[in-house]
Design a protein around this ligand. Structure first.
Ligand code: SF4
Length: 343
């Protein structure tokens, strides 16, 4: 019997729980996806939706009171259950991460050169001299001006955009198979943001790296991602290819996020804000976590958890909602008209 081809990465029912003084808090509840070479998955949601905790769990970097469940298979090996020494050989080498704030991730006491050469000495067994040559090449690849001179500088001597380039260069030093980027452009102005995204696309093209991109910015998703997962309250609300998410969102939360994005071609069309704030993760409702903010909620939404299942209109779209897509679209139009009439 033929066996299914192995994915580069396969995440199965990943969960994250934290022990807190108020009891056990579930930050992530059963997310699953596959990733192959050259693909990009976007994980989208507001602050507190579980995006960052998901990827920290994948990298074995949860806080000490956190615990991950499920499986994170890299070429069939489970990163969650493997011994730490084995994980350290994969982490930063085959699976690398770009953090949100380079200033808190780079060591302020060490030059960029020392931080970069250390990675190559540890993972690749290179001499310091060879590691320096490779590190300068990596900085050149991320278009760092005067890389050979600047490599001797400390992190505080770089601008925010340059520090983010250093982080990307460090993450790509070992030419990883998977790059996890947690809001890599959040702290940057829009021009530098665009440069960094172009850079990531080029590096993906040149190295075939698979990318997991964590963001709350739907513009970033549109420009970079093949597949998108929308998280809310630590649960997946909708998961589909980027076109389906952008052109036919089937979940009220996804539709709400998209309706809240200003559009150049939108004219006087009102933007639809999602009222309220993200839920208290320690007190999630028994049903859909979006119930309290959902303008389309049904009486059963607060008590009955909608199944996360293929959509009736498209089996490639996975969604968790009691409403069908036609009802979601109709309700959204009605809400826009009501909001427009009030404006
Ligand atoms: Fe809204 Fe109910 Fe769908 Fe949740 S299940 S998104 S509350 S309609």
């Amino acid at each position: 019997m033929a066996t299914a081809p192995m994915h580069l990465m396969e995440v199965k029912q990943l969960g994250v729980k934290f022990k807190t003084p108020d009891g056990l808090v579930s930050a992530v509840n059963g997310i699953s996806f596959t990733l192959d070479r050259g693909e990009t998955l976007g994980i989208v949601g507001e602050s507190g939706s579980g995006k960052s905790q998901s990827v920290l769990a994948m990298m074995g970097l949860l806080a000490t009171n956190g615990q991950a469940t499920g499986q994170v298979l890299y070429l069939g090996q489970d990163l969650i259950s493997m011994p730490k020494a084995d994980l350290n050989r994969i982490r930063g080498n085959r699976v690398a991460m770009i953090f949100q704030d380079p200033m808190t991730s780079l060591n302020p006491y060490l030059t960029v050169e020392r931080q970069m050469t250390e990675v190559l000495e540890f993972h690749k067994g290179m001499s310091r001299k060879d590691a320096r040559v490779k590190a300068v090449q990596a900085l050149d690849a991320v278009k760092m001006p005067e890389a050979a001179r600047r490599i001797g500088m400390y992190p505080h001597e770089f601008s925010g955009g340059m520090r983010q380039r250093v982080m990307i260069a460090m993450a790509l030093l070992c030419e990883p198979d998977v790059l996890i980027a947690d809001e890599p452009t959040t702290a940057l102005d829009v021009t530098v943001q665009a440069q960094i995204l172009i850079l990531m696309r080029e590096l993906q093209r040149d190295f075939g790296t698979a990318i997991v991109m964590i963001t709350h910015d739907l513009g970033v998703v549109a420009g970079l991602c093949d597949e998108v997962m929308v998280l809310y309250g630590g649960q997946v609300m909708e998961q589909a290819n980027a076109d389906a998410i952008f052109y036919r969102p089937s979940h009220p939360y996804t539709a709400g996020l998209l309706a809240a994005v200003p559009r150049l071609e939108g004219g006087d069309a009102p933007m639809l804000a999602i009222p309220g704030a993200p839920p208290n993760m320690a007190k999630l409702p028994a049903g859909c976590p979006f119930t309290e903010r959902c303008a389309m909620a049904l009486p059963k939404c607060g008590t009955e958890r909608p199944p996360f299942a293929p959509a009736a209109h498209d089996a490639q779209v996975l969604r968790a909602c009691h409403l069908g897509i036609d009802d979601v679209t109709r309700n959204l139009e009605r809400l826009k008209m009501e909001q427009g009439a009030r404006a």
